[in-house]
Each structure stands twice: as structure tokens, then as C-alpha cells.
Design a protein around this ligand. Structure first.
Ligand code: FAD
Length: 305
């Protein structure tokens, strides 16, 4: 990694310098908590004489929301302090800026998208209460002089990307050295991909079925908690994908495990089958629905929830 060391990776620049997330320093501090280094109050602590009715440690979205609710519900005159130890508040839900190979990139710290609320839901009322009209958000249109490269609306669309300008990269994991770019992989039906023919066949079949998905997708059960949803919950996500998507265990573990692990920290072999319809890492509720057939099964199913 060019910046921040191998463990930390690229870090923020400009105002976002020192505002990265899980750096090696954070991990080391966590180990010190585990090792009871902070069990006693610091001898360097200074009494400022200030008093607060509520103190929130951490100015991420949870801490900010907690402070907001305190402000609204605790009554007038009560004071709340939010302590944030990074230069920019917002935690994982803020943006960040990076220098990569001489290019300044504006990207998310962690979260890529927020959920569109169901009508009349708690979330919709909350958005309204903070004056945020999510319908006003617009995707930026292409302004460059070069030919536009169509982009997906979420990094979670990585496996099902469609435009012919896109490619799949097969590196060392697929015994390709140097790596191999397969441009327009679905258009070519994965011809030329360094995969066993059975795996290619499975993936192409899966992709074709995905492309026929109608919008909006339907829930496979009447309501969360009913008998059918409980049956999903009695299986692993991997089992559900094998049964419903016709994918083999090897294909799921090769191509889909990272997607679920990225969102949940667990692979489909450990996640509940209920996740297949209730929010696997996904494009669920991005500002606009993904176009039918342009999202992964996880994403498509998650939209059903
Ligand atoms: C890579 C990634 C992708 C994600 N994608 C999505 C997505 O697309 N959509 C979605 O809805 N959610 C997504 N999430 C989840 C979402 O970002 C988090 O659930 C949410 O931001 C967590 O908010 P939080 O306030 O609980 O914690 P954090 O955002 O971690 O905030 C904690 C805050 O506490 C501060 N802090 C920590 N220790 C101290 C201390 N000792 N003193 C003072 N301050 C301290 C930190 O600096 C930070 O600002 C993603 C998360 C990650 C990591």
C-alpha cells in the first residue's frame, strides 16, 4: 500500500488526514483496552469544571443520532456533549479523500448508500424531521471529454456488472500471472474465463436468470416471521443459494462469499438463509432502484425486504 502501511491501507488527505477508520493504530488501541491498560482513569485527566447531562462518545451516525434524540426528548436547558477523536465527525458514514497514484479520489469512508425508507415508515419520518428529502438526490452526469464509462451505482454490483466496457480480472487466485482481463464477460458468456466449464455454465445460467428478474422483486414469504420465512431461517444462505440459484458450493465460495463477508463479516455458509430476502450486502434502497437484471442475487433479494 502506498500510504498508511500494509495493514491500514490508503488514508485520508487534506481535511481528512488522520480521519481514517480502522487503522493499525485503532487496532492496537483495541488491544490495549483488552489488556486493561485503560482500566484506571488517566492521571493526565483535567477537571474542566464543565457539567453535562449527557455525554456521547463517538460522533458517528449513532452518536450524532443519540445526541439529536437527547436534544429533542430530554427537555429544554439540558446539555449534551459529543466527543469525537477524529478531525471530521461522521465515522464510517462520512466521506473521505484519497490520493491514489497521483489522483485525488473522493469516496466514502465506509457506507456507500443509504436506504430508501418505506412510505410512512419511521425512517421516512426521521428523514423528514432532519429536513432531508432523499428524492432530491441526483446522480452526477458524465462531464468528461472522453467517452463515458458506465458505472454501477453500488460496489455491491460487482459480480453482475453489465456494460460491455466492463471486465472481470482474474489474478493469482485463478492461476493467472500476469492477470487476465476478460472484457464484456457476460456478453461473451464467460468464454475465455479461466474457470472450469461447469462453473462457467453455472454462472452464466445464474446470470441469465438474474437478468429476467422483474422489478420490483417479490418477497418469497408473506411477512417476516411467518412459516416460510422461518424455514429460510432454518437454512444457511449457502443452502438457499444452492437450491434456488442452482449454484454449487464451490462457485458460491469462490464468487459470492466475499460479498456477504464484506457486509456481514460472515460467508454464506454461516449466514441465515433468511438473509437471502432480508438484506444481504446489497444495493437495497440505493437512491434509485437498480435496473432490473443489473444487480446480484443478494441485491435483488434484499430489495424484496
Ligand atoms: C466498508 C463499509 C461499508 C458500509 N456500507 C454501508 C452502506 O452502504 N449502507 C449503510 O447503511 N451502512 C453501511 N455500512 C455500515 C455503516 O457505515 C455503519 O453501521 C455506521 O456508519 C456505524 O455508525 P456508528 O456511529 O455506530 O459507528 P462509527 O461510524 O464507527 O462511528 C464511531 C465514531 O466514534 C469515534 N470514536 C471512536 N473511538 C472514540 C473515542 N475513544 N473517543 C472519541 N471518539 C471516538 C470514531 O472516530 C467515529 O467517528 C458500512 C460500513 C463499512 C465499514
Amino acid at each position: 500500500m502506498a500510504q498508511g502501511g500494509e495493514w491500514t491501507g490508503y488514508g485520508g488527505v487534506g481535511d481528512y488526514r488522520n480521519s481514517n477508520g480502522n487503522t493499525a493504530a485503532v487496532m492496537n488501541e483495541a488491544h490495549r483496552i483488552r489488556d486493561h491498560v485503560f482500566d484506571d482513569p488517566s492521571a493526565e485527566a483535567v477537571d474542566t469544571g464543565e457539567t453535562f447531562d449527557c455525554v456521547v462518545v463517538g460522533g458517528g451516525i449513532s452518536g450524532l443520532a443519540a445526541a439529536l434524540f437527547f436534544h429533542r426528548q430530554a427537555g429544554p436547558g439540558l446539555k449534551c456533549l459529543v466527543l469525537e477523536n477524529h478531525p471530521v465527525f461522521g465515522g464510517e458514514a462520512k466521506r473521505n479523500e484519497f490520493m491514489v497514484d497521483g489522483h485525488r479520489l473522493f469516496a466514502q469512508q465506509g457506507s456507500t448508500h443509504f436506504q430508501i425508507p418505506f412510505p410512512h415508515s419511521y425512517l421516512e419520518r426521521f428523514y423528514e424531521s432532519i429536513g432531508m428529502d432523499y428524492r432530491q438526490f441526483k446522480y452526477q452526469s458524465w462531464g468528461g471529454s472522453e467517452r463515458e464509462i458506465p458505472l454501477s451505482r453500488s460496489p455491491y454490483q460487482m459480480l453482475s456488472i453489465e456494460p460491455a466496457t466492463y471486465g472481470f480480472y482474474f489474478g493469482a487466485k485463478f492461476r493467472q500471472q500476469p492477470g487476465l482481463w476478460l472484457v464484456d464477460p457476460w456478453g461473451r458468456k464467460l468464454e475465455g474465463a479461466p474457470l472450469p466449464s461447469e462453473m462457467r455454465r453455472e454462472l452464466v445460467k445464474w446470470h441469465e436468470a438474474e437478468s429476467k428478474n422483474t422489478w420490483p422483486p417479490k418477497l418469497p414469504f408473506a411477512y417476516p416471521g411467518d412459516e416460510v420465512s422461518r424455514r429460510y431461517d432454518s437454512q444457511t444462505l449457502e443452502q438457499v443459494m444452492m437450491q434456488e440459484d442452482g449454484l454449487s458450493q464451490e462457485t458460491i465460495r469462490t464468487f459470492f462469499a466475499q460479498e456477504t463477508a464484506g457486509g456481514f463479516g460472515l460467508g454464506p455458509d454461516a449466514l441465515s438463509g433468511y438473509c437471502s430476502s432480508s438484506g444481504t450486502p446489497s444495493t437495497r434502497s440505493t437512491i434509485h432502484p437498480p435496473q432490473a437484471g443489473r444487480c446480484s442475487p443478494a441485491a435483488t433479494r434484499a430489495w424484496r425486504a
